[in-house]
Design a protein around this ligand. Sequence first.
Ligand code: SF4
Length: 192
Amino acid sequence: MIENKLPQNPKPKEWLASELSQQRIADYKPFNFVDGEGVRCSLYVSGCRFACPGCYNRVAQNFRYGKPYTQELEDQIMTDLSQSYVQGLTLLGGEPFLNTQVCIRLCKRIRQEFGHEKDIWSWSGYTYDELIQDSDDKLELLKLIDILVDGRFLLAQKDLTLQFRGSANQRIIDVPATMAAGEVKLWKNLIR
Ligand code: SF4
C-alpha cells in the first residue's frame, strides 16, 4: 500500500550534489502563475532521492531525466526574468539542493544582474533545519533564496487547500528573516 510507505530520511551530508547531480533539467516553464507569488519562471531540475509516495513529479526523481543545463537556457531564463511583469524565479524538481551546481550558478547571476528586484523561491524535500546542518553548497544556495517551501510530501498529511504546498507538514519560509532571527519565520503573505 502506497499510503504505508514513507519518504527517505538522509543523515546530514549523506546525499551530495557533487556525487549525484548530472546537471540536467526536467523542464523549464516561463511566465506561470502557480509556482509561487506573482508571475514566475520555473526551473525543474532532475534528480531527487526522497522518494515521497505520491510525488507530484516522479519522472524527475531520476538524475538522468531530461536534458543538460546549458548556457543558452540560462541566457533565456535571464531574458524571460527581465520582463517587468515577472516577479521572480522558482526552483523545483527533482531536488534543487541536490543540483546546487546549476542552482547556485543561476541564482548568483540573478543577484548580479537584478539584485533583489527579482525574488527567488525554491521547493525542497529537505526541511530548513536539515539544510542548515548539511553540506556547504546547500547552505550557499539557501542564502541565495528568499522563500523556501520545505519538507517531504507526506501523503498522510495531504491537503490540496494549502497555498503552494501539498501536505500540512510543509512550510513557506522567509529565509532572510529566518536567518536574521535564528528561528523559522513564515512567509508574510501566508493565508493558509
Ligand atoms: S521531495 Fe519532492 S520531488 Fe522529491 S520525491 Fe518528494 S515530492 Fe518528489
